[in-house]
Write a protein that binds this ligand. Structure first.
Ligand SMILES: Nc1ncnc2c1ncn2[C@@H]1O[C@H](COP(=O)(O)OP(=O)(O)OP(=O)(O)O)[C@@H](O)[C@H]1O
Ligand SMILES: [Mg+2]
Length: 125
């Protein structure tokens, strides 16, 4: 996936700009870390990249396509590894996987994938 960011800026208010004029090209193969002091704007940047927040100026394209116009293309390719894991303890394993599969957009193959996943992990119980 190629990400091209041009002139990206974000201000939450007229007094203070958080990101200003970022130009960045991210190309595979790469592992990219985003580092900076508290309040530098890392979370703001990531939220804009996943369309959780709108930028004040600039453009972002993914594989040449505007992320605003191709949100599904973007979201089908996004993965998320949270810092802390949380499970819904009121759900069974099947129900939890069913929910995850729904969020991932799995179609008719959902049931078979869930059952195979549970079967493969039986040894870890
Ligand atoms: N919703 C918001 N409204 C107003 N200001 C905000 C909002 N979110 C963040 N800010 C401000 O924008 C700046 C950047 O915040 P951001 O959370 O993006 O930084 P960060 O690099 O992720 O910080 P940290 O390392 O603490 O997670 C900070 O000054 C913060 O106070
Ligand atoms: Mg942050």
């Amino acid at each position: 996936m190629e990400i091209e960011i041009k002139n990206l800026s974000k201000a939450y208010s007229s007094e203070k700009s958080v990101l200003s004029g970022i130009d960045l090209e991210l190309r595979p193969p790469s592992i990219i870390g985003l580092i900076g002091p508290n309040g530098a704007g890392k979370t703001t940047f990531m939220k804009i990249l996943v369309r959780q927040l709108l930028a004040s100026t600039g453009s972002i394209t993914i594989d040449g396509m505007d992320i605003g116009k191709n949100e599904n293309y973007l979201k089908n390719r996004l993965g998320d590894l949270p810092q802390e894991f949380g499970l819904y303890e009121e759900l069974t394993v099947y129900q939890l996987l069913d929910y995850m599969a729904l969020l991932k957009g799995l179609g008719p193959e959902k049931k078979e994938r869930i059952e195979s996943c549970i079967e493969k992990n039986r040894a870890f119980r």
